[in-house]
Design a protein around this ligand. Structure first.
Ligand code: NAD
Ligand code: LMR
Length: 326
């Protein structure tokens, strides 16, 4: 067994938290030989509920849980944290866009950025799940100037997984047979799920699906999947979001497989002409606990237009929260 690591989760009594914590505790995120100390954050009115969640974690008798604590103070929750999953935020309801949450949620991420700057491990890995996830990660990052900017990521893995499922259904294949799919940009309705470089069971995806299906069905379905789930369930996605968070952190830490890549929203270094510093989703490979953007992909005019549209939205979101970016 390895030495225990500290995993902080905010919004621990919420719907995503209720799926996520049990998967982290069972070893799905960091592996079956990695004990975890869970450090939970909630707001004061939810402290009773979080105590109930902790009772249930205890009752699972997970072999990998080496410690469990909860607080309503970010400085306590983030103390020495090696991993921070920022889930605690308001979800959107029917008819809203994720960026409509910016005002309600932005303040949470500036305060929590400051707290992790003060007390988290210097090698912390941070994942923003709470919406609008990319810009919330940007806010946290700017409020944590002593931490490596590359520590701050946002979740587009749910979009990536949704795109895999749509393409697998259409081509009569299995998600495990699909490689090199990318989601570019923002976790929002402007995101660009891109199959240009994707391979399905060894064949170029472009030979198996036509452009009209991509434009009229695939892209809008993936872009609007969150809204479709809210309409159907009356609440936003939770178990699939938790599963994507597990995938994101696992691949970042333990590595992506072979030559394949995954989508992660990370601080842009200017690759593919994307404005530096924006938290933009790129194709990445992870090795030895570090992610690297896949370079050298050819970008055609159709893709460029969509990549720029989602970049533009992120610039507008960034400008709307300028006052929170010290
Ligand atoms: P929820 O309302 O069920 O749970 C959120 C929890 O966060 C609540 O228990 C609340 O008390 C807590 N919280 C609020 N403010 C907090 C703070 N300052 N510190 C700590 N905890 C706080 O919502 P949910 O369904 O779990 O969704 C959480 C967020 O994740 C929402 O913003 C939602 O839109 C987002 N989300 C993102 C993705 C993605 O792919 N990036 C997918 C699904 C949901
Ligand atoms: C999702 O994509 O399911 C989440 O971001 C929730 C939402 O508001 O759509």
């Amino acid at each position: 067994m390895k030495t225990p690591v500290r995993v902080a989760v905010t919004g621990a009594a919420g719907q995503i938290g209720y799926s996520l914590l049990f998967r982290i505790a069972s070893g799905d995120m960091l592996g079956p030989d990695q004990p975890v100390i869970l450090q939970l954050l909630e707001v004061p009115p939810a402290m009773d509920a979080v105590q109930g969640v902790m009772m249930e974690i205890d009752d699972c008798a997970f072999p990998l849980v080496a410690g469990l604590q909860a607080s309503d103070k970010p400085e306590e929750t983030f103390q020495d944290a090696d991993y921070i999953l920022l889930v605690g935020a308001k979800p959107r309801g029917p008819g809203m866009e994720r960026k409509d949450l910016l005002e309600a949620n932005a303040a949470i991420f500036s305060a929590q950025g400051q707290a992790m700057n003060a007390v988290a491990s210097r090698d912390v890995r941070v994942l923003a799940v709470g919406n609008p996830a990319n810009t919330n990660a940007l806010i946290a990052r700017h409020n944590a100037p002593d931490l490596d900017p590359r520590s701050f990521t946002a979740m587009t893995r749910l979009d990536h997984n949704r795109a895999l499922a749509q393409l697998a259904n259409r081509t009569g294949s299995h998600v495990t047979g699909i490689e090199r799919l990318t989601v570019w940009g923002n976790h929002s309705a402007t995101q660009y799920p891109d199959v240009t470089h994707a391979v399905v069971d060894g064949k170029a995806a472009g030979e198996l699906v036509d452009q009209s299906w991509l434009e009229e069905s695939f892209i809008p379905t993936v872009q609007q999947r969150g809204a479709a789930i809210i309409k159907a369930r009356g609440q936003s996605s939770a178990a699939s979001a938790a599963s994507a968070a597990i995938d994101h952190m696992r691949d970042w830490t333990l590595g992506t497989s072979g030559d394949d890549w995954v989508s992660m929203a990370i601080p842009s270094d200017g690759s593919y002409g994307i404005t530096e510093g924006l938290i933009y989703s790129f194709p990445v490979r992870c090795v030895d606990g570090r992610y690297e953007i896949v370079q050298g992909l050819e970008i055609d005019a159709f893709s460029r237009e969509r990549m720029s549209a989602t970049e533009q939205e992120l610039i507008e979101e960034r400008d709307a929260v300028k006052h929170l970016l010290p």
